[in-house]
Write a protein that binds this ligand. Structure first.
Ligand code: ZN
Length: 471
């Protein structure tokens, strides 16, 4: 060994000691990543890196989450475990995380959209990233209207700003790359773009002579002339490639096909939900101390609803149950004592359903044909117990989260923003805030052209054991 080799060996030894000090191999163990969050992490680890801290639970809707080097994973029973990262996570976080209007992510981020965009689905709407236009949320009625014209592939393209509300008639609008979406409870949710937008804007938009749009624009070619029409509350705007803008005021406008058509119940007849815009309001967990007040509101407005009753509450409230029957409300089964039925054996499930059928029959002489499992918890055993009792299984398509927020205006706006023809809307009449919201919900839905019907009317009858969540 030469002197110079000895120097290298000594230097190497010092280096080894230094490295051992700097990078101890038995430092704090990485936090574990387990369960559904662990399953998702296996898939997205290259994108979000390693855990920064252990999983934490107790979030809204019973959710859990875990933070990673470059993102998070959020889990709930209903949404599964979804990763969220980057600009979409920043926008979501800035708007209240899972407590914001978007709710939890229901998909991972998906890329490869037009112009290099990415998107992610949430419980209420989506969030979109565009390399030049930024990252913005689209939710509620504006999301629904934008979806109908083709999302980011529509003529108006990607969102370039958030939604802004407080317009005339409680309307909202949102700016997109090539136009706007406008929504109000009375007019619906429609896109405005191009030359028609220019003309409408020059005439004062929704506050001007035309009011809100009541259709999307529809275009055609006649004898080599391109013609586009759009209907508004107080007239129609037409653009022709040969003559430019041609307008008609409401007085001279032939009855236009409103999209969607305003609903009208047939006088004295049954509602036909295959042609009308029906929704079913459903109220769980009663009867309770607020139920009669809710029935007053529904009766005043000639609105129907479905009540999923807890059997244990029926005997003491038999008069209320009879009043429901007399008013034409639908009475459904919501188990005897509101347990998580999937945790019971088939005998336990059967007695929960059968006892409630018996109590409702004893109180009001009617036998329910619709059943809603407490917490929405169902499996094959629950479904077959329902079938044995002649009950269909009624889930929902709009979850108002009224039990969580206990805020009348929040509940009202969720219903009005999310109701679609055929929706089944979940609420709980044991909360005074939900009952307080009923007048605004009923009048708001009617203003949007909805007819309020029972679940059985909405579905035109149901089959025992079959599961429904919307028409
Ligand atoms: Zn319940």
């Amino acid at each position: 060994m030469t002197a110079s080799t000895r120097r290298w060996v000594r230097a190497g030894g010092i280096l080894v000691v230094l490295l051992a000090l700097l990078f101890p191999t038995h430092a704090t163990a990485a936090p574990p990543v387990t369960g559904a969050i662990g399953d998702t992490w296996q898939r997205v680890r290259p994108m979000i890196g390693d855990p920064l801290e252990p999983q934490f639970c107790g979030l809204q809707q019973g959710g859990c989450a875990q933070r990673f080097q470059r993102g998070s994973i959020y889990w709930t029973q209903r949404t599964g475990a979804q990763e969220i990262r980057g600009a979409i996570r920043d926008v979501w976080g800035a708007n209240g995380w899972e407590r914001g209007i978007s709710g939890y992510p229901t998909s991972g981020e998906f890329c490869g959209l037009r112009e290099g965009g990415c998107g992610q689905r949430f419980q209420n709407g989506n969030i979109y990233f565009h390399p030049r236009l930024g990252t913005h949320r689209v939710f509620g009625a504006i999301f629904d209207g934008w979806a109908r014209v083709g999302w980011e592939t529509s003529t108006i393209g990607y969102p370039v700003a958030g939604e802004s509300c407080g317009l005339a008639g409680r309307g909202c609008s949102q700016r997109f790359a090539n136009g706007f979406m406008y929504w109000s409870p009375a007019s619906g949710s429609f896109a405005v773009t191009g030359r028609i937008l220019d003309h409408w804007a020059a005439n004062g938009r929704q506050a001007g002579r035309y009011g809100y749009p009541t259709s999307n624009e529809s275009c055609r070619t006649e004898g080599g002339v391109r013609i586009c029409d759009q209907n508004y509350q107080r007239g129609r705007i037409t653009w022709r490639s040969d003559r430019g803008i041609v307008t008609q005021s409401a007085a001279t406008t032939t009855p236009v096909t409103r999209d969607p058509a305003p609903a009208r119940s047939q006088p004295g007849g049954r509602v036909d939900c295959s042609v009308q815009r029906c929704v079913a309001l459903t109220y769980d967990d009663g009867p309770g101390v607020h139920t009669n007040r809710l029935l007053d509101t529904l009766g005043r407005n000639d609105a129907k609803a479905t009540f999923f009753l807890v059997g244990d509450r029926v005997p003491a409230n038999a008069a209320t149950v009879r009043r429901m029957r007399d008013m034409g409300m639908e009475i459904g089964n919501h188990s005897r004592s509101h347990p998580t039925l999937t945790g019971l054996g088939s005998a336990g499930i059967r007695s929960q359903l059968a006892d409630t059928q018996g109590r409702i029959r004893a109180a009001a002489g009617v036998t329910p044909t619709v059943f809603r499992p407490p917490y929405g918890a169902r499996n094959a055993t629950v479904d077959s117990a329902a079938r044995e009792q002649g009950l269909s299984v009624i889930m929902w398509s709009v979850d108002t989260m009224d039990w969580r927020d206990r805020n009348s205006s929040t509940v009202t706006s969720r219903v009005l923003n999310q109701a679609q023809p055929g929706s089944i809307i979940l609420m709980h009449d044991i909360h005074s805030t939900t009952v307080d919201a009923a007048p605004a919900i009923v009048s708001g839905l009617k203003a949007k052209g909805f007819v309020l019907v029972t679940v059985s009317e909405l579905l035109n009858g149901t089959d025992p054991g079959r599961v429904y969540s919307a028409r």
